[in-house]
Design a protein around this ligand. Structure first.
Ligand code: SF4
Length: 73
């Protein structure tokens, strides 16, 4: 779940509030509502939240979430 921070500008149709915290809403499968299920690309990439900007695909946190070990070097 991506929590929105001050300064994030996201269309309200993508936002849900949990315990007073504004977050990106999720589909039933847990995917962010801004993720295009066909292309697996972010549909709001240019205006994605700061948390998403700070997240590097394939980094240790990403692999831990996906349950994948680090690749052998
Ligand atoms: S990068 Fe885009 S699709 Fe991925 S979590 Fe952030 S807003 Fe959602």
């Amino acid at each position: 779940m991506v929590e929105l921070r001050a300064g994030d500008v996201v269309e309200e149709k993508f936002v849900v509030e949990h315990d007073g915290v504004r977050c990106m809403d999720q589909r039933g499968n847990g995917a962010c509502v801004a993720l295009d299920a066909a292309t697996m690309l972010c549909t709001i990439y240019e205006s994605r939240p700061q948390t998403c900007r700070d997240f590097t695909r394939g980094e240790s946190l990403c692999r831990r979430i996906l349950g994948r070990p680090a690749p052998a070097v």
